[in-house]
Ligand binder design. Structure first.
Ligand SMILES: Cc1cc2nc3c(=O)[nH]c(=O)nc-3n(C[C@H](O)[C@H](O)[C@H](O)COP(=O)(O)O)c2cc1C
Length: 200
């Protein structure tokens, strides 16, 4: 039997959000680590992030980041961004046009920080991402290279930590089955989405 999304826009919309929601929950999902593209003075920049939370009712996604890095600095300068993920097993590409809000040292950041484990917090104990160095390094102090920081040690990272919230403005879903290729676009309209078919 053919999947409903081949002929039903509501099913396409549900499929896209299902893939994103599963991406946030399942680290083996191809949608767990999408790419986000930002605008920089040197042109577009793209990199991988880890999806932490997806809320289809609000159309929002979240990931954690180092507020000192180019990614966040670019989003602060221009909150327009694009997210991309492709699952080969699902044969489905998702492209999202988003507007980013950076949460730093607020309630959202505190709640997300409390949900991270000390090992993950090590990322925020290093010099700013992309800093030039004389020798190859993880950036971590030697004492933390091979062990988890204690709760107290990891607390120093909080000032660098932020949550990036992405409001999806529109998204495109592309299914690349050999015969039954389909493409659809969804634009945010009030609290819902206005879907339309496109040629693939
Ligand atoms: C699998 C994977 C997951 C990643 N997850 C994140 C993430 O959730 N947040 C983040 O800021 N960087 C993440 N990164 C690192 C970014 O891709 C990027 O290297 C980092 O944000 C620095 O980029 P920038 O110099 O543009 O700021 C991840 C990288 C990989 C390979």
């Amino acid at each position: 039997m053919q999947p409903a999304f081949l002929g039903d826009l509501d099913a396409v919309e549900a499929h896209a959000w299902f893939l994103l929601e599963r991406g946030a929950l399942d680290r083996r999902s191809a949608y767990h680590a999408p790419s986000i593209a930002t605008l920089s003075p040197d042109g577009p920049q793209v990199r991988t992030v880890t999806l932490r939370h997806v809320d289809r009712t609000t159309g929002r996604l979240r990931f954690n980041a180092d507020a000192r890095g180019g990614l966040v600095q670019q989003l602060l300068a221009d909150p327009r961004a694009a997210v991309h993920a492709y699952g080969a097993a699902e044969k489905t590409q998702l492209r999202l046009r988003v507007h980013a809000t950076v949460h730093r040292e607020d309630g959202v950041a505190v709640a997300a920080w409390q949900a991270t484990n000390p090992s993950a917090r090590r990322c925020y104990l290093v010099p700013p991402p992309g800093s030039p160095v004389d020798e190859p390094t993880s950036g971590l102090p030697m004492t933390l290279e091979r062990r988890r920081p204690t709760e107290a040690e990891s607390a120093d990272g909080f000032v660098h930590f932020c949550v990036v919230e992405l409001q999806v403005e529109s998204f495109e879903w592309l299914h690349v089955h050999a015969i039954d290729k389909r493409r659809a676009r969804f634009d945010r309209q009030g609290t819902g989405w206005r879907g339309s078919w496109r040629t693939p």
